[in-house]
Design a protein. Structure first.
Length: 462
């Protein structure tokens, strides 16, 4: 059976859909007469306002005025918003902590620059990096275990408000090496209106359904007077690593056997063979330098693939095409369970002094507050890190219906492999998948492609 969505999670979505960004006012209780016997005559004892003591060994006064350096991978809108939030934190935080934020432009530069800086005094106090990067640095003994910070009586956070698929990615071997900063996923997009016109009233529920809808869409293209589009109509092939990985999971395959990579398995063969046969029968297609989102909006593709942050661009493509078709976000259909791979960046604190580590943690904690979390969603279009932040995104949900659909699919999400070598192996998956289409590898040769991918992945694991 397919995975059943968490009732609690859905309830939070339904509640948030009715909300707005305004603060909800609680009505005053009705007044009632108070009898003489109800009047309290004793003077109440003073209530202590002192919070619980921290177990981190750093006093509240000791962290005041601490300066920390934070490296992040973003540019453009994300970088601008992050800079604004850093300025607000520096102005408002009660300890006078000063964050100095430096953009490294992208994740590759951040990884390389951080790795080079680790043995030096110029290393940052905190980085916003991919979990697989953090695992490599942790193996070198330079990453702070954040478990005591999460659980601290004075400075801890409520992790139950963070979806497990986000939270679990950054914990391995009994150690919490990071905290989720951003999360996204790769989805299939489905043209509901067009599908209805050719006889389908629901999205595909299994690979066979996906094939049937793709092939019928291609057949529909044969009925117009334009011969150039006769091969179009089905799934616009996307060879991004997360797309290939999601298809493997949809067929109950994967890339791991225990803690080692293994690609040459019956389920993986079935997955890649299914996709190649789909192309061989013209039920999927791909043209170099063609905009897949434009093709989707122009009814040249029944299905395309996109990441969460791409959805506004898809909506703009439909607007530009003056296409009023309804389209939906769906996960990758499997015979038993649909597949959705969730991934993204995390906050990583590098070992320094207890004062600087606590200062970095306090900045992370502030960034995870609902207000900052919601502002990041509105700028980046990604998942909110906290479930409760959806309560502040009611207006955003109304204007971004496909984003709201994606939120409801989140309980189906799975994490990526928790190995430092995943940094390179995920590229191998994308390269192998791309090669399979670029040179038109026959479906019968799929095992050879997977065997080569496994060999390369195993060598990277050493």
């Amino acid at each position: 059976m397919k995975k059943i969505l968490s009732l609690l999670f859905i309830a939070s979505i339904l509640l948030s859909a009715c909300g707005t960004t305004d603060t909800t006012l609680t009505s005053e209780p009705e007044s009632s007469p108070i009898s003489a016997t109800q009047v309290v005559t004793k003077t109440p004892k003073p209530v202590s306002t002192k919070g619980p003591a921290s177990s981190l060994g750093v006093g509240n006064e000791e962290v005041k005025g601490v300066e920390i350096r934070v490296w992040y991978p973003w540019y453009g809108v994300e970088s601008g918003l992050f800079g604004t939030l850093v300025t607000e934190f520096n102005e408002k935080n009660e300890w006078g902590i000063k964050v100095i934020a430096e953009s490294q432009v992208n994740f590759t530069n951040l990884y390389e620059n951080t790795t080079a800086a680790l043995p030096t005094t110029d290393k940052p106090d905190m980085v916003i990096a991919l979990p697989e990067h953090a695992l490599e640095w942790d193996a070198n003994g330079v990453v702070v275990d954040l478990t005591p910070y999460v659980q601290d009586p004075a400075y801890g956070i409520d992790s139950s408000d963070i979806p497990n698929v986000f939270w679990n990615q950054d914990s391995y071997g009994g150690k919490r090496f990071a905290i989720p900063a951003q999360r996204t996923a790769r989805f299939l997009l489905w043209n509901e209106t067009w599908a209805g016109e050719i006889g389908f009233d629901s999205p595909p529920d299994a690979p066979a359904d996906f094939e049937q809808q793709s092939c019928r869409a291609q057949q529909a293209m044969l009925k117009d007077s334009v011969p150039q589009n006769d091969f179009m109509g089905g799934w616009y092939v996307d060879t991004e690593p997360m797309t290939a990985y999601a298809w493997l999971l949809a067929f109950e395959g994967g890339v791991l056997d225990g803690s080692s990579y293994r690609f040459l398995t019956p389920n993986n063969i079935e997955a890649f063979r299914f996709l190649r046969e789909l192309s061989e029968s013209l039920c999927s297609w791909q043209v170099a330098d063609t905009d897949s989102f434009k093709s989707f909006a122009d009814r040249e593709a029944m299905f395309v693939t996109a990441s969460l942050e791409d959805l506004p661009e898809v909506a703009r493509a439909f607007a530009a095409a003056k296409n009023r078709d309804e389209w939906k976000v769906i996960s990758f259909p499997g015979a038993n369970e649909d597949a959705l791979v969730v991934y993204g960046s995390s906050y990583v604190i590098l070992k320094s002094t207890p004062r600087e580590q606590l200062a970095a943690w306090l900045f992370i904690k502030w960034m995870l507050e609902n207000e900052q979390d919601a502002r990041m969603v509105e700028a980046t279009h990604l998942f909110p890190i906290r479930t409760s932040s959806v309560d502040l995104l009611g207006d955003y949900e109304k204007t971004h219906p496909q984003w709201a659909q994606a939120i409801k699919l989140l309980p189906q999400g799975e994490i990526q492999p928790q190995l430092a070598s995943w940094r390179q192996v995920k590229t191998v998956i994308g390269d192998g998948f791309t090669h399979m289409y670029r040179v038109n590898v026959p479906s019968g040769q799929v095992p050879a492609i997977l065997a080569q991918m496994e060999s390369i992945a195993t060598s990277l694991e050493q």
